[in-house]
Design a protein around this ligand. Structure first.
Ligand code: GSH
Length: 259
């Protein structure tokens, strides 16, 4: 399906003055997607960990799923993950029909694009669409990777100076700045990137990797998330006893000066 787009192109005439030429280009418009029939979806879960993203997504979409975990027993839940996915035993591991998947971002995109097309996703031609996709990838690619690396290093050797490279504070600050101008990570509306961003932002602040007080926009966004009925349903089902197996927080450290 195509729509015609008229593009105004500036071109320089030989005389040196600027003229405007009209060109017509054909661009593919988003096809009207039809939801596919959904096979059984089983979420192999660890309480309080990234597999909550998929439970939360299914609650937001109102889609059915089976949740597999051993309540209050992270090692037992992990054994079930290892049994189904010995090569990459991580949470989430999700079985969609016969296919076993890892990587929460890929799982979320697969479920939305196949079984709930257009839901929790900004319109494809909008700037919000690209922002949503950016934060979907940023959550693991830039944010989680850096805060987890800093957490591990700082447990052994607390920071004394800001890194000249992009560090934990910088990756959270970038999110903070965006939330100063937009209500959600997908721009105007709650979208899939909010689900992706919640875990690493929470990890960064709850474990003192960054100082929560420096990021008021993130704190306000977090309150809006926690008020969502689907988030609360997720907590009731996926974390019925609250957070278990807490990792130790870092000692509160003053941010060691500017970069
Ligand atoms: N990038 C992956 C990360 C998955 C991941 O590392 N999950 C953690 C729990 S939050 C895990 O299973 N860790 C077990 C391990 O590293 O051995 C995703 O987004 O799904």
């Amino acid at each position: 399906m195509f729509r015609r787009l008229t593009v105004a192109l500036a071109s320089f005439a030989l005389a040196g003055c600027v003229s405007v030429r009209e060109e017509t280009t054909e661009i593919a418009a988003a096809p009207t997607a039809q939801a596919l029939a959904m096979p059984e979806i089983t979420i192999f879960h660890l309480e309080g960990r990234r597999s909550e993203r998929i439970v939360w997504l299914m609650e937001e979409l109102g889609l059915p799923y089976t949740l597999e975990f051993k309540r209050g027993d992270l090692a037992g839940s992990m054994a079930a993950i290892r049994a189904i996915n010995p090569g990459m035993p991580v949470a989430p591991t999700v079985k969609i029909g016969d296919q076993v998947l890892v990587e929460s971002g890929a799982i979320i995109e697969t479920i939305v694009n196949r079984y709930a097309p257009g839901k929790l996703t900004p319109p494809i031609a909008s700037a919000d669409y690209a922002d949503n996709l950016k934060w979907m990838h940023y959550a693991e690619g830039s944010l989680a990777s850096r805060v987890i690396a800093d957490y591990r290093v700082w447990q052994i050797r607390p920071p004394t100076a800001r890194s000249p490279l992009v560090d934990s504070e910088a990756v959270v600050q970038y999110a903070e700045d965006y939330l100063g101008k937009h209500p959600w990570f997908g721009g105007a509306e709650f979208s899939t990137s909010d689900i992706m961003m919640f875990f690493p932002l929470n990890f960064a602040t709850a474990l003192n990797i960054v100082d929560v007080n420096q990021f008021p926009n993130v704190a306000a966004w977090r309150k809006k998330i926690e008020a969502r009925p689907a988030y609360q349903r997720m907590l009731a089902k996926a974390r019925p006893d609250g957070m278990i197996g807490n990792l130790p927080a870092l000692p509160q450290h003053a941010p060691p000066g500017p970069r």
